[in-house]
Design a protein around this ligand. Sequence first.
Ligand SMILES: Nc1ncnc2c1ncn2[C@@H]1O[C@H](COP(=O)(O)OP(=O)(O)O)[C@@H](O)[C@H]1O
Ligand SMILES: [Mg+2]
Length: 276
Amino acid sequence: MAGIPAPLVVVGNEKGGSGKTTVAIHLIAGAMSAGLRVGGIDLDHRQKSFSHFFENRARWAERAGKDYPLPRIAPVHASERETKSLAEGEDARRLASAVTELSAECDLIVVDCPGADTALGRAAHASASIIVTPMNDSFVDFDLLAGVDPETYEAKAPSVYAEFVWESRKRHMIERRKTIDWLVVRNRMGNIETRNQRRVTEALTKLSQRIGFRLAPGLSERVIYRELFPKGLTVLDLIEGKTKGITMGQIAARAEVRALLAALRLPQFSKVAVAV
Ligand SMILES: Nc1ncnc2c1ncn2[C@@H]1O[C@H](COP(=O)(O)OP(=O)(O)O)[C@@H](O)[C@H]1O
Ligand SMILES: [Mg+2]
């Protein structure tokens, strides 16, 4: 797909446990199963779950004698330069060179960020084509985007992570004269809509218009999104090429992953079937 630069999808949220790694892995799995060449960068150097998943996948493929596709993973180590500003400069250069290297061979690059404010995370957000922010259906997670009125549940002023995305967008506009798309994904949704879930939906819908993000179709709470981690597999590997023994839950999970991928609205997908 020459001519279109590889979009940089940065999966971020300063909240740990919101589903960044799960979303990043499934976006990659979905893109690979649609035939795209994908690059990956793990910026969570402490947990390394993203890297471990693909290491598990390579090992399992060898053990099972299967040819599971793998993304190209580019390691980016945090700088150890003596001052903050030297380290930040080096971090930004290291990230940029990894992205350039991956761009040459990939149709799409996915970055998994840590649940904390780091120089590499800041550089990634400021270089993103699209920021994908998973959040649990909870006002605790909502609080990183904006506070809410305790009686009306109306969103108040943008808070820490929304401010950070705003700054990243400003920096991107100054440096590259381009906008960053921002997609908020609700994760671990229950299958019965509770009053809390409805309130979160309403508050998010209003906030999305105010601070400029899109709301993606979410991922439900499903064991299938985590139980295959030790093998480095996803539901897509499980049912690909199979015609029998597929459960409704697996089909629903695949549909959720594909819908999330389609919600990125990347030009790379215009030629690829991501039909549910
Ligand atoms: N949709 C989901 N259904 C079931 N478990 C999930 C789902 N999303 C995340 N999890 C689980 O929640 C935990 C935190 O998710 P993770 O993706 O590691 O978050 P983060 O990268 O933001 O810290 C993990 O145990 C993960 O397997
Ligand atoms: Mg993570």
